[in-house]
Design a binder for this molecule. Structure first.
Ligand code: ASP
Length: 312
């Protein structure tokens, strides 16, 4: 077993965070980072650390994941989540869950207890419940009010349904999906993420978060990455696999900025990414206004509303 210095880096979403929420968001990522790092210090796995960090953020209504998820065009909640093990390249994702309190736990069940990588809808919900996961009412008043407000704005702009254009117009509402990356003492990388998706999305829309390569990726031979922002952009660039491929030659920080530069050029504004390379070097980069993130190593403790902003 290699004795690697453990690292956890995680985010609470890219987008446009209203100033009044900054303190709660930073407290949320701090709490999740402390929890995940403690697990790494106990010499447990990177997978356990990213799962626990994501559970902590799913349980925190400030974030758009688990309790506090955003609503789709019909005012319903449909959550997506995934987890990936960089040692084995195994991964699991769930999509369109409605009432499962911690979607990330369902994703881990898909990875560890099925032969599949992605399960969606009623079948995913059933699998989660049969595996003993808790049901939860994920709706909070703040999101219901935002949904009502969003519908009014859609009507005033005479837009009848959600489209990529609508998502971009509502970039201000795009924030607070969660994701985490970890490197454990054994040198293993893992990634996890969870989201209610973009608000006012069409029912049945699945974003980047449950898709390996797009919302997250982890490979001990290169690095780990997790994305946040407009999922359609992330999927078109397979953005996390792209970042991990860059980490074969580059450091985590340089892969993060190069990936966001490429995204800005190819698909415009709307994304953020965290990277962590196999030597423990990490970064947060984004072309959105904010990216709320935190990191812990034995020497560093960071919580910020911004990473490296790369808008050109
Ligand atoms: N990437 C997520 C999605 O498109 C949303 C986000 O990160 O805010 O579903």
């Amino acid at each position: 077993m290699t004795s690697q210095n453990p690292v956890i880096v995680l985010h609470g979403g890219a987008g446009n965070w209203p100033t009044r929420l900054h303190e709660s968001a930073l407290n949320g990522v701090r709490k999740a980072a402390n929890l995940g790092f403690k697990i790494l210090l106990e010499e447990r796995s990177a997978l356990d650390a990213v799962e626990a960090a994501v559970v902590s953020m799913e349980d925190n209504p400030i974030f758009n994941a688990g309790i506090g998820s955003t609503l789709n065009l019909l005012g319903e909640i449909e959550t997506d989540a995934a987890i990936m093990d960089g040692r084995t390249l195994r991964g699991g994702g769930v999509a369109l869950l409605r009432n499962i309190r911690n979607p990330i736990k369902a994703a881990r069940i898909v990875m560890e207890q099925t032969d599949h990588v992605l399960i969606a809808g009623i079948a995913a919900e059933r699998l989660a419940l049969e595996s003993g996961l808790d049901k939860g009412n994920l709706s909070v008043l703040r999101r219901v009010q935002a949904w009502k407000e969003g519908l009014k704005q859609l009507k005033s702009k005479q837009m009848k349904r959600s489209s990529n254009k609508t998502i971009e117009i509502f970039l201000g509402r795009l924030s607070d999906t969660v994701g985490a990356l970890a490197l454990d003492a054994g040198g293993n990388l893992a990634a996890a993420d969870s989201t209610g998706g973009v608000s006012l999305k069409l029912p049945g829309r699945i974003g980047d978060s449950p898709i390996l390569g797009s919302g997250l990726y982890a490979d001990n031979q290169s690095g780990a990455a997790t994305a946040t922002g407009i999922g359609e952009q992330a999927m078109r660039l397979v953005i996390c696999k792209t970042a991990c491929d860059l980490m074969r030659q580059e450091t985590g920080p340089s892969a993060a900025t190069d990936t966001i530069r490429l995204a800005t050029k190819k698909v415009g504004i709307g994304l953020g990414i965290l990277t962590l390379d196999r030597r423990g070097r990490f970064a947060a980069a984004h072309n959105t206004r904010h990216l709320c993130w935190a990191a812990r190593t034995r020497l560093t403790s960071v919580e910020k509303m911004w990473g490296t902003r790369v808008s050109k």
